[in-house]
Write a protein that binds this ligand. Structure first.
Ligand code: LLP
Length: 422
């Protein structure tokens, strides 16, 4: 499910050879495929529709918030799940309708709430009692009534990397499901808010449907109880989390996920919302990098590339594996050798892969890191004073630079000496 493939001996993004993009933009560069984004969105939305579900997809734009990526998905009908004022701005600039925006996150500030209310977003997902009280105050003061979900924590282990698990009691997210009745009663008594939904999100990169089943079943039970207590629960936001195959994983097909949704909450008659991030954006992006030095040391071969942990932090942060392939297709029968692919940053953690099977490499060779469309560019930093890299969107035989490579002067422009240092 990705449109990065070898053709005529070299890798293409849809109908554009990567070497052509690299020539124009230099490296490293993130390359996104609009066709792959479209395919993933269509598959996700169709699986839900075919399972008979009344669903709205709010793309979790934290995965990739480039406005051209958001626009591609918005044109297909996606709304947006935002977690900050900055993401709200991006969603609106990219053309997402305000009513299709849901605001998640544990730490919304009063200013962010105000902006979202003024913009007229569709829903707030509230994660704590103090947030509930503040939102009520901000909303009522603006003379508004906003639809809210309480994000419940169902205490289900998502069996994923501990840094991206969110649904256990010890995690900071949501309100303990055991206290939900009490909190909905409080919400119903407060001005400026209408508690009409329940939200849940238990973690990211799930490769098994059972935690989803357990969490959604608990939420279904809760909806019954809330309705019995007189709350008009019309919507369910089931979050994101569906995993992708980075090489070696076997995530469930989205059709199985949709079947679990239908089985657990289908009977409730709620409008359903989903917040997929990685599933939509992950396979649709690659990071193209260039070998600076092919260094053959005593014990190992190192490919020192021009991308580093500041450009793609997932391997350093989560021990994540991204498949690495040469942009030039190896001829059949080419001997492969184990290479350690490393970046130039002065940390041992700046390692993309150890013992990656690649052909003989020479300086200047282009390599591709796959499945970097989600949580890649958005998590980059300027560590080691390395400017943010370019991003390119491809559609068919066309490509566009959708983020310019940053000039060092740009970030230096934000700094100055203290006035006593002149
Ligand atoms: N909704 C909420 C409330 C979330 O917190 C997240 C992700 C999503 C939806 C989207 O989840 P997805 O469908 O992408 O799994 N940086 C990490 C992933 C962090 C995920 C944070 N929350 C990584 O690179 O693996």
């Amino acid at each position: 499910m990705s449109m990065f493939e070898y053709r005529n001996g070299e890798m293409y993004a849809e109908d554009v050879p990567l070497s052509r993009i690299a020539e124009v933009t230099g490296t490293p560069v993130y390359v996104y495929s609009a066709g792959t984004l479209t395919e993933a969105y269509t598959r996700f939305a169709s699986a839900l529709a075919e399972a008979g579900l009344n669903a709205r997809v709010c793309y979790a734009m934290k995965a990739n918030s480039n406005i051209a990526v958001i626009r591609t998905l918005a044109d297909l009908g996606a709304g947006a799940d935002v977690v900050s004022g900055g993401e709200l701005d991006r969603a609106l600039i990219a053309g997402v309708r305000a009513e299709d925006i849901v605001f998640s996150g544990v730490g919304k500030t009063p200013g962010e709430m105000q902006r979202a209310i003024t913009a007229g977003i569709g829903q707030f997902n509230v994660e704590s009692v103090p947030e509930l009280e503040l939102l009520s105050h901000v909303s009522a003061s603006a003379g508004a009534t906003v639809d809210i979900a309480i994000r419940v924590n169902p205490n289900v282990d998502a069996n994923t990397h501990h840094k991206i698990s969110t649904g256990r009691q010890e995690d900071k997210f949501g309100i303990d499901i055991a206290r939900a009745q009490e909190i909905y009663a409080l919400a119903a008594s407060l001005p400026g808010i209408a508690p009409i939904a329940v939200a849940v999100h238990i973690g990211s990169q799930l490769t098994d449907v059972s935690p989803f089943r357990a969490a959604f079943a608990r939420v279904a039970e809760l909806v019954g109880e809330l309705r019995a207590a007189g709350h008009d629960i019309r919507k369910l936001d089931l979050g994101g989390g569906l995993g992708i195959d980075y090489g070696g994983q076997t995530p469930p097909p989205v059709e199985d996920y949709a079947a679990v949704v239908a089985e657990t909450v289908g009977h409730l008659g709620c409008e359903l919302m989903f917040e997929p991030g990685r599933y939509l954006a992950g396979p649709a992006g690659i990071l193209v990098t260039q070998v600076i030095y092919a260094k053959e040391a005593e014990a190992r071969r190192f490919a020192i590339v021009d991308a580093a942990m500041n450009d793609l932090i997932r391997p350093a942060l989560y021990d994540a594996v991204h498949r690495i392939e040469p942009a030039r297709e190896p001829a059949p029968e080419t001997a492969l050798h184990p290479w350690d692919v490393v970046g130039p940053v002065c940390e041992t953690g700046d390692t993309f892969a150890k013992g990656c099977e690649l052909p003989a490499l020479s300086d200047g060779e282009l390599l591709v890191m796959r499945d970097a469309g989600a949580y890649g560019a958005v998590m980059s930093s300027v560590y080691n004073s390395r400017p943010l890299v370019a991003e390119v969107l491809v559609r068919g035989d066309a490509f566009a630079i959708v983020r310019e490579r940053q000039e060092p002067a740009t970030f230096l422009g934000y700094e100055s000496l203290a006035d006593w240092q002149d």
